[in-house]
Design a protein around this ligand. Structure first.
Ligand SMILES: Cc1ncc(COP(=O)(O)O)c(C=O)c1O
Length: 422
């Protein structure tokens, strides 16, 4: 009982797992700002600013760019339950754990779910996806961009166009990839994108930025049923089937974020402040610098790991996410013991893995604020020490030297994949 009355005092750790990652101090600062009433014009203008900022983040002109309160899966669930009626067909290309999550959520919306699967560590050829679309004629294709469970990213630039050509909607889960690698919502013709703050956006978990284009928004509006008690005069419900969830009813959430300000939930004030600051940080840094930073760090980490005689996970590293790297656990090393020692002795957290990769790879995240040279060097040095104590000896200092070589090389082109082959 005594502990209950002690002040919170969590240690500062380098969070180098697949998320959550270190929160940018600017975001923590924003979260400590005073509460405002939800209809205070200063607060509603922050809501409008958030919409505008996230249009920049999602690279879109979509009016309906807003926050869903809840973790990243809240955004996914809101999009699915608002777009899908029972019996609708959904196609999910699964190349890791989060593809299964999309299928699971679509199933709970009582959709007819069809999956195609790629081995964990690989991605799909766009032709495979087009073939499945032609075969199954789904209403919606739901696809993950970067699946942290395998560290692989599905190229999407052609998939949106394929969906549009076949009159299929496409929803993308960009939770783990957004702002760590390009995602051009409008250019790639993606109808809905969902994300979370706790990865490259360098915020805490708990809010899901989403964007919807007119195709998606019109479908949702056709299902608008406003709850009793807040209905305006002359209210007439839309013809379409009522959305099965109240909390995730995007038709009502859109009203809350519009000038109508029809009260739905109470907006998570401090999380909105956080989301606003996360977006400002990204847009102030600029895309070129940001992607270059993530690519360079990925290369430095991969080269460092290889110099320590470690194998980087993935058949074709051109599809590796720049912000997460899988390391094959050397034979004989107790994976969880090593992770525990990294955390206990060096205050560095690296990630375990799920499903078929459990016990086979560790995952190291270098995302947003956490995507830094000092993090990479500290992680490689700590890994070398802990590996040595656990039976895998690497050449002393080789990992750090190889990573530093990437950072110190002015000819290093951070936009290309400069990962050297072992
Ligand atoms: C690609 C992807 N999608 C969805 C999620 C689920 O996010 P949350 O735990 O915030 O609901 C994650 C979390 O790691 C993720 O990496």
């Amino acid at each position: 009982m005594q502990n209950l009355f002690q002040d919170l005092n969590p240690p500062a750790c380098r969070l180098m797992g697949p998320g959550p990652v270190e929160v940018d101090p600017r975001v923590l600062n924003a979260m400590s700002m005073p509460m405002l009433g939800q209809f205070d014009p200063r607060f509603t203008s922050y809501m409008n600013e958030v919409m505008s900022l996230y249009r920049g983040i999602f690279q879109t002109r979509n009016e309906w760019t807003l926050l869903v309160d809840g973790t990243a899966r809240a955004g996914i669930e809101a999009v699915m339950v608002s777009l899908l009626s029972p019996g609708d067909k959904v196609l999910v290309p699964v190349f890791g754990r989060f593809g299964h999550l999309l299928a699971e959520i679509a199933g709970r919306c009582r959709a007819e779910v069809i999956t195609i699967e790629a081995e964990w560590g690989q991605v799909f050829d766009p032709q495979q996806i087009e073939d499945a679309i032609i075969q199954h004629r789904p209403k919606l294709l739901a696809c993950v961009q970067g699946d942290t469970s395998t560290t692989m990213a599905q190229p999407l630039n052609e998939i949106g166009k394929i969906c549009r050509a076949h009159d299929v909607l496409i929803a993308v889960d960009a939770t783990a990839s957004l702002t760590g690698m390009p995602l051009d919502t409008d250019d790639w013709q993606i109808d809905a994108v969902t994300a979370g703050l706790q990865k490259c956006l360098s915020g805490p978990p708990g809010i899901a930025p989403i964007t919807l284009n007119d195709r998606a928004a019109e479908l949702i509006q056709r299902r608008k049923h406003i709850e009793q008690g807040i209905r305006p005069d002359n209210y007439q419900a839309a013809d379409g089937e009522m959305i099965q969830s109240n909390y995730f009813d995007l038709a009502m959430i859109m009203d809350y974020w519009s000038e109508a300000r029809l009260n739905h939930h109470t907006e998570a004030t401090s999380m909105l402040y956080a989301a606003r600051e996360c977006a400002r940080i990204v847009l102030q840094e600029g895309w070129q610098t940001r992607f270059a930073r993530h690519n360079q760090t990925s290369t430095a980490l991969v080269n460092g790991l290889r110099a320590m005689d470690l194998e980087v996970f993935g058949k074709d590293l051109q599809y590796k996410m720049p912000n997460v790297t899988g390391v094959v656990i050397p034979k004989g090393v107790d994976a969880d013991k090593l992770r525990g020692e990294m955390l206990h002795d060096f205050a560095i957290e690296i990630g375990t893995s799920f499903g078929p990769l459990h016990g086979k790879i560790w995952r190291i995240g270098t995302m947003g604020y956490g995507c830094r040279k000092d993090n990479v060097l500290a992680c490689l040095a700590a890994l070398e020490m802990t590996l040595r104590r656990n039976g895998h000896s690497a050449p002393a200092g080789a990992g750090v030297d190889a990573a530093l070589a990437v950072y110190n090389d002015p000819s290093h082109d951070a936009f290309s994949n400069n990962i050297t082959n072992a």
